[in-house]
Design a protein around this ligand. Structure first.
Ligand SMILES: N[C@@H](CCC(=O)N[C@@H](CS)C(=O)NCC(=O)O)C(=O)O
Length: 205
């Protein structure tokens, strides 16, 4: 039995963590949940994640939930993989910014655009401001590169990259050339190809 267990449904947001685990190269076990059968609402799973959502990760006795938190945690716990930016490194600020920016700004902006609210809230009330500003900020972030933190591929690329990849796949994001070039770069990674292939097999089973 591996020390790491991912509670997973394929494909879903837990696929992001699967990619992260493949990047780490650490052994992990999977517990598969069927969202269609509402396994995520069963008491035994709610005891792990009371939100009734995947992913969840168990590492020994520790439980971590929320995609970005799990990726940040894994990168710090397994620093040999060089997917984190350690405390004391001046690049840690921008690194953490991108890890938080993805769920709080990119995902929120994309989902609000896909399912607009009846009344548009004041820009000042909305954490992400407005959709176009979010897209411009991410566009600048990925334009240099090759990664968000320059030459080093990090957990932030797994989180932000997954969001852009998924958003373009479902036409929820504009197909900007800088987004496309960045996602194409990420898709060359063996770990992402492995995770995607394994998830395809699971989804087809
Ligand atoms: N904020 C959560 C979102 C997780 C989430 O919404 N997961 C979806 C799958 S993509 C889910 O579990 N849906 C099942 C449900 O809500 O019943 C995270 O980042 O981990």
């Amino acid at each position: 039995m591996a020390d790491l267990t991912l509670y997973h449904a394929a494909p879903s947001r837990s696929s992001v963590v699967r990619w992260m685990l493949e990047e780490l190269g650490e052994p992990y076990d999977l517990v598969l949940l069927s969202l269609a059968k509402e396994d995520q609402r069963k008491p035994e799973y709610l005891a792990i994640n009371p939100m009734g959502k995947v992913p969840s990760l168990k590492h020994g006795d520790a439980v971590v939930t929320e995609v970005a938190a799990i990726c940040t945690y894994l990168a710090d716990e397994f620093p040999h993989a060089r997917l984190n930016i350690p405390v004391g490194d001046p690049r840690r600020g921008p690194y953490l910014k991108w890890l938080f920016f993805s769920p709080t700004c990119i995902e929120a902006a994309v989902l609000d655009k896909a399912a607009p609210r009846k009344e548009t809230p004041r820009r000042g009330m909305v954490g992400y401001g407005d959709f176009d500003t979010v897209m411009d900020v991410v566009g600048k972030g990925v334009a240099g590169g090759p990664y968000l933190i320059g030459d080093q591929f990090t957990a932030a690329d797994v989180v932000v990259g997954s969001m852009l990849r998924w958003g373009m796949m479902f036409n929820l994001l504009p197909e900007r050339p800088e987004f496309r070039a960045y996602v194409d770069r990420l898709e060359q990674r063996a770990a992402l190809q492995r995770a995607t292939g394994l998830d395809r097999e699971l989804a087809a089973a």
